[in-house]
Design a protein around this ligand. Structure first.
Ligand SMILES: Nc1ncnc2c1ncn2[C@@H]1O[C@H](COP(=O)(O)OP(=O)(O)OP(=O)(O)O)[C@@H](O)[C@H]1O
Ligand SMILES: Nc1nc2c(c(=O)[nH]1)N=C(CO)CN2
Length: 162
């Protein structure tokens, strides 16, 4: 059994529809789905706000590479066009962690190296797994306590169905 935490993001087109499409595509594996957050863009700041959410998935027959491929398939189904690094996208699916797996492979780095700096990942993750631990960094609540939550706003009017 591999349990994974995936982060979903969208800042182009029907943002909520793309997140809902990803959740629907993961239906058979879902264990938890976070609230949706409207978040100011980090990295390249001159782009539209994102919607971000976290899902927890698990499966007997999907390993870490399987989660990556599944995420990439969902991105492609959302019509994602790869343009610039950290640029706007219809759907981004990042593999945040896979239980028991660390990797420094350039195509699959685990835990995802951006996680300790990203309130856009940690805040929704805390909603669904308040006691989670980020390997190498400690409890996610402690990691988040060192970051600002500015620009991360919960959208209670948007609920992902699963
Ligand atoms: N944990 C991971 N989850 C998803 N992709 C990863 C991971 N580790 C490495 N990658 C690789 O990152 C590459 C680029 O992904 P992508 O274009 O989505 O990056 P990005 O979303 O712009 O930036 P970031 O990865 O910092 O969020 C992919 O080809 C993928 O193989
Ligand atoms: N708020 C926010 N900003 C981003 C995000 C994201 O998911 N949320 N993803 C990016 C590329 O991975 C770049 N910037």
């Amino acid at each position: 059994m591999t349990r994974a935490v995936l982060s979903l993001g969208s800042n182009l087109g029907d943002r909520f529809g793309f997140l809902q499409g990803a959740v629907t595509g993961l239906k058979e594996y879902l264990r938890a789905v976070s609230p949706v957050y409207e978040t100011a863009a980090w990295g390249v700041e001159d782009q539209p706000d994102f919607l971000n959410a976290i899902v927890v998935v698990d499966a007997d027959d999907v390993d870490e590479w399987g989660w990556l491929r599944l995420g990439q398939r969902l991105e492609n189904e959302a019509g994602r066009v790869r343009t610039k690094h950290w640029g706007p996208r219809t759907l981004d699916v990042d593999v945040v962690t896979v239980d028991g797996v660390t990797s420094e492979h350039p195509e699959l780095s685990l835990p995802h190296p951006g996680t300790p700096e990203r309130a856009t990942v940690l805040i929704p993750w805390l909603d669904v797994e308040p006691d989670a631990v980020l390997p190498g960094h400690g409890p996610i609540a402690a990691v988040m306590s060192g970051l600002s939550a500015e620009g991360v706003r919960r959208r209670d009017d948007l609920r992902l169905e699963w």
